[in-house]
Design a protein around this ligand. Structure first.
Ligand code: ACO
Length: 360
């Protein structure tokens, strides 16, 4: 049976996460993200997704230490990164640098060790290439700082405030894992050929880059900028719908009600911002756009997805739009690596059929 875009096809069984699109629930390893995220750090939740249990104090120290060590990129990866022209996008730099990790010494490590090294490297690569594009020198990692705080430090050279770290950590822990999204599927397909983890993550990064997947938050900022003021919402949105353009930050393949991550991020933004003109516009626009989508696309059940309020979080910490998708990828590598490891535990190569509809 043909299903365009594999809609409604169950292609994988997993222990890692469950997404209930009808009631709007996301669970990591059986636990609701709403309960998990506020109580734990990026490092703890990464461990939980990888291993199915929270780390002991000793395990956490080990993981934090390995992540710190992984901030030192191998010299050949630095050389590859430094050789890239400035106008290569940060997603392409990530894809290329991650791919360069695959060498004999790296391959002697266990998949779990490789996962930690690649996770540690992602923010370093993104920050280094971003600063190169800005024409400023790279900043060395700060061993005193957590994974998230160090990323902000390497971007700006300033120690981030606890509010900035908390805002970004909320977003990134909420987006670490989300079942069989396109990028995770790409990673599982690649590893199912018994290729290696760097190849799987390289495939995932290439897949994540597209505007229908990881590239949406910058589209949300552009949409709200185009709207400008509350009086223009209807006019701008109707124009887009009449031209059959997609509204970035709305719609989801699985969620047919509000995306629970969007609700959590909206609450986070409201508690952080208090009264803020941009957030006011975003919340009013959310309501009006949802109503207009119901008018123009009746029955499609289109609500905000995680990217809508992710844009607000990114804006609150002054994250440049060019870093939105790379930053999202820094989180999602946890899910990609967990899925690649799971795939190999009971592997069958992915090889669906195609239906020939050409000339006979
Ligand atoms: N704006 C306007 N119309 C939309 C939107 C939207 N954002 N999303 C879906 N629709 C419409 C489609 O035009 C289609 O209408 P039709 O039945 O008249 O043809 C109908 O709703 C179904 O949409 P599909 O695109 O078929 O749904 P699908 O499940 O394939 O796509 C997707 C999901 C890609 C997320 C889509 O909703 C979209 O493009 N959204 C905008 C981009 C976005 O925000 N991406 C981030 C997703 S979250 C993430 O990946 C982390």
């Amino acid at each position: 049976m043909f299903s365009k875009g594999l809609k409604d096809v169950v292609a994988v069984q997993t222990h890692i996460a469950s997404v209930d699109g009808e009631i709007g629930e996301l669970r990591y390893r059986g636990v609701l993200v709403n309960e998990l995220i506020p109580a734990h750090s990026f490092e703890e939740i990464a461990y939980f997704i990888w291993h199915g249990e929270l780390p002991t104090e000793q395990n956490l120290k080990y993981l934090e230490n390995e992540l710190r060590k992984g901030r030192d990129l191998p010299s050949h990866v630095q050389t590859v990164l430094d050789a890239l022209p400035m106008d290569v996008s940060i997603m392409d730099a990530l894809r290329t640098a991650v791919s360069a990790f695959c060498h004999t010494h790296f391959l002697t490590k266990s998949m779990n060790e490789q996962a930690i090294i690649l996770t540690a490297a992602m923010p370093v690569i993104a920050a280094r290439h971003y600063r190169k594009q800005q024409g400023v020198a790279a900043i060395n990692p700060n061993p005193q700082l957590s994974h998230i705080a160090n990323y902000l430090w390497m971007l700006t050279g300033k120690i981030p405030t606890s509010i900035q770290v908390e805002a970004l950590e909320t977003y990134l822990t909420l987006t670490m894992e989300h079942g069989l999204n396109a990028a995770t599927f790409a990673a599982r397909v690649t590893i199912s050929t018994e290729s290696d983890l760097t190849a799987a993550i390289t495939s995932a990064i290439g897949t994540m880059k597209g505007p229908l997947h990881g590239g949406a938050p910058s589209g949300v900022i552009a949409l709200l900028e185009e709207i400008g003021t509350q009086e223009h919402i209807k006019q701008v949105v109707e124009g887009k719908l009449q031209r059959k353009e997609k509204l970035m930050g709305f719609g989801h393949r699985i969620y047919k009600t509000e995306d629970p991550r969007s609700i959590l991020l909206r609450d986070k933004c409201t508690s952080m911002y208090g009264q803020d003109a941009w957030l006011d516009l975003a919340t009013v626009a959310e309501k009006e756009i949802t109503t207009l989508l119901e008018q123009y696309k009746p029955g499609r059940k289109l609500y905000t997805n995680v990217e809508y309020y992710a844009a607000a979080i990114m804006r609150s910490i002054d994250m440049p739009p060019a870093l939105f998708t790379p930053t999202f990828s820094m989180a999602r590598i946890i899910g990609w690596t967990a899925h690649a490891i799971e795939q190999l535990q009971d592997n069958t190569i992915f090889r669906p059929q195609s239906e020939y509809i050409g000339n006979k």
